[in-house]
Write a protein of this length. Sequence first.
Length: 226
Amino acid sequence: MEYQVIIPAAGSGKRMGAGRNKLFIEVAGRPVILHTLDVFASDLYCKKIILAIQPNDESQFRNILAGHPGNGKIAYVYGGDERQHSVYNGLKAAGGQIILVHDGARPFIRQHTISRLVQAAHDNGAAIAAVPVKDTIKRADRNQVVETVDRSGLWQIQTPQAFRLPILMSAHEQAKEQGYVGTDEASLVEKAGQPVMIIESDYDNIKLTTPEDLYFAEAILAKRRN
Ligand code: C5P
């Protein structure tokens, strides 16, 4: 089933501390953004890649992506102050029935997870990639434990997140009216009262956020090359 994907890539990468957009950092000799785009470039069902970027990064993105097989499918939009605003700008350039949102900083998503998300969004309206929480989770008041949370039924949420386009568009418009800013798209859709399905993903679908994630990224790619 055909889909389009919005890739928010307009962050400042403050937590990575690289002093530049973390999507330009090289992992296994290639910028992170190229690894993220590989799977969408080779997926014939992916009809358009909408990349939300900061204007200051535009020439660098265009240079890096010039020789990439996905380049012909890419449309650039400018991002906003929050990730949610970047995605909303991308939505305005989107069409078709099914839209995916996938973080530029999450380079290891697998094709089979994408296919399952697209199908589940078609069938149910909204579907998100996630893995079961592995660690013990506690709620604390500063550094004093208040309670241990029952982790059964708790999921760590990733991207891609997949939606029927009108559902995501109206959830974004409602959030905008209410001044609500969420950390993912599904939270907006939940607020709009729509069901969201979970598709179990892989633990190696990590987001590169802080410097040590780059070591994990090198290890994941080395393993995949074997
Ligand atoms: O900062 P974090 O890693 O959570 O950001 C997730 C993704 O959202 C990154 O790919 C980043 O470039 C993007 N982003 C964005 N616009 C912002 C902030 C983050 O497109 N204002």
